[in-house]
Design a protein around this ligand. Structure first.
Ligand code: FAD
Length: 507
């Protein structure tokens, strides 16, 4: 008998494991406290993962496979992989174990420990999800500059995505970012969000009873994330039909009171492998090929996120095992308390944090240029920032969260991923959205009690890291502006920012 372990983020119904029904194989899925508690997760993340796992197990059973499912409240559940597999192996008289390649180093180590502890042969198969193998991006770059754009072009050619008959990029360009990134001023109507509205109150009670500590709103009476492959396919179709058209144009927009805009919301379905990246990319390309009114810039921008960014950050994760501790800027401050309740006068930050607590979701520009930006400007310790991002988002798994947080957002890798830190003053946020009109602070003011904190903090960040950053050509302009300011102006900005940092909890 072989026990095959399926992890909560391995809900890939198309995996070759399931092509044949075998009486000598038992699939094992388990809801365990060690996984639910290695960081404080958002309530919806725990709920959605367990609910999706239960549905996946039921579908396997309905297809004739043997399944052993351990619920969080089951009496026999020992809440760790090894302990549970130990008794299950004895129960089924198993002579071997099998699992799919895990996506996180943490789980890799746990599985390696299993081998030692159980003394059964363990075979590891691919998860059959990603375009690239773990080490493929590293092999491509070697020690040369790890720029995403280089990798992305390679992927387009290799997988023949958005290429014309001569193998050239459709439309003549590889990247249409310049045509994207507009603020949203209501030019087109926002599409309603697909609403699954699952009633998961009974499951939520089981999670609470098991003592799992979470953050954010469970919304267990109407959880709106896709929990099966069928639902995920319906979300994908809805996105392609309603939002893909405007995705690129408003990719970076910030709108007060609006959590999703024209984003896809597909990251949970992708990261749990209910959807494959290939089918999402193909669906977007096929839509463009069959509908001449779909803007190429939008479709290319969307495909780049999945074929490019998603695979690239995974490559970085496996190439850089040290990423979990990098802190190039030596930042050391705690996250302000409003990261946990959104109770801050900065309207953009309040909305990003409150939306995250409410939906377990924020779109990319909120993560990068609002919460990430303010954490970086304040000099928060990357460990704290990392743990916050890993917990709060429904799509947060270390392989994708960590490079995005430490690398892209906090520049804790010293520029391995991003050629300059993603920091901005209030002007950028005002340009990309309308939060400033709802804000306690005044974006045009740089000093004084009403001044938008982003403004002085931006200059403080540049000044305190001058030795590290001033030679960066992409920062030549801001440093030139800084040097042009008179000493009194600079002094006032630094004093203002110092006060913001000292009183960060009350901003
Ligand atoms: P869309 O905007 O619709 O994009 C489509 C898809 O492209 C996403 O579903 C996602 O699979 C992929 N994608 C887009 N950008 C990225 C990126 N930078 N890296 C990897 N994939 C990308 N993404 C996660 O999946 N999990 C995380 O834990 C995560 N943490 C992040 C932390 C920070 C600080 C930042 C700046 C970004 C993070 N991202 C993370 C990337 C990105 O913000 C999310 O993938 C995206 O917001 C998910 O929403 P969506 O599905 O509506 O994406």
């Amino acid at each position: 008998m072989q026990l095959r372990l399926i992890l909560g983020d391995q809900l890939n119904a198309g995996h070759s494991w399931y092509r044949e029904r075998r009486d000598d194989v038992v699939y094992v899925l388990m809801e365990i406290r060690s996984e639910a508690g290695y960081v404080r997760h958002h309530a919806q993340k725990v709920l959605a993962l367990f609910a999706a796992m239960r549905r996946f197990a039921a579908a396997l059973q309905a297809a004739g496979h043997r399944v052993h499912y351990l619920r969080i409240g089951d009496a026999g559940n020992r809440h760790e992989f090894a302990a549970n597999l130990g008794w299950l192996a004895a129960h089924y008289a198993a002579d071997s174990l099998a699992c799919q390649l895990a996506d996180e180093r943490r789980v890799d180590a746990l599985l390696a420990a299993l081998l030692q502890q159980l003394g059964l042969p363990l075979s590891v198969v691919d998860s059959e999800h990603f375009y690239t193998a773990r080490d493929e991006v590293a092999a491509l770059f070697g020690s040369k500059g790890w720029r995403m754009e280089t990798f992305y072009r390679h992927m387009r050619q290799r997988h023949r995505v958005l290429l014309d008959a001569a193998g050239k990029p459709e439309g003549g360009q590889w990247n249409y970012d310049a045509a994207n990134r507009e603020p949203y001023r209501g030019e087109v109507a926002l599409a309603p969000w697909p609403f699954a509205g699952h009633d998961l109150r009974a499951l939520w009670q089981e999670i609470v009873d098991a003592g799992v500590q979470t953050l954010g709103e469970p919304q267990a009476d109407a959880l709106r994330w896709p929990l099966t492959r069928r639902e995920a396919r319906a979300w994908l179709a809805d996105f392609i039909r309603q939002r893909l058209r405007h995705f690129g144009r408003y990719q970076d927009a910030l709108v007060h009171g609006e959590a999703w805009l024209f984003h896809s919301g597909l990251s949970f379905a992708l990261n749990t492998k209910m959807l494959s990246p290939q089918e999402v990319v193909h669906a977007a390309e096929a839509a463009w090929r069959s509908d001449p009114t779909l803007p190429l810039a939008s479709v290319e921008g969307f495909i780049r996120q999945i074929l490019g960014w998603r695979e690239y950050v995974r490559g970085v994760y496996w190439a850089r095992p040290d990423f979990g501790s990098v802190n190039a800027l030596q930042h050391s401050r705690p996250l302000p308390r409003w990261f946990w309740d959104g109770d801050t006068g900065m309207a953009c930050v309040a909305q990003a944090v409150r939306g995250s607590l409410q939906h377990a979701y924020a779109h990319h520009i909120q993560r990068l240029m609002v919460t990430g930006n303010i954490a970086l400007l304040l000099g928060c310790h990357p460990d704290e920032v990392d743990a916050w991002y890993l917990g709060i988002y429904i799509d947060a798994f270390e392989w994708v969260e960590q490079p995005n947080t430490r690398g892209m957002s906090q520049w804790a890798d010293g520029g391995f991923m991003a050629s300059k830190p993603y920091v901005s003053g209030g002007a950028y946020l005002a340009r990309m959205g309308d939060h400033c009109t709802h804000c306690r602070y005044t974006v045009k003011q740089k000093t004084g009690p009403q001044a938008c904190p982003f403004n002085s903090l931006y200059w403080h960040f540049l000044a305190r890291h001058e030795a590290t950053l001033a030679a960066n050509p992409r920062l030549a302009m801001p440093y030139a502006s800084w040097r042009k300011m008179d000493a009194a102006t600079r002094q006032a900005l630094l004093a203002q920012a110092d006060a913001c940092i000292r009183n960060a909890d009350t901003l």
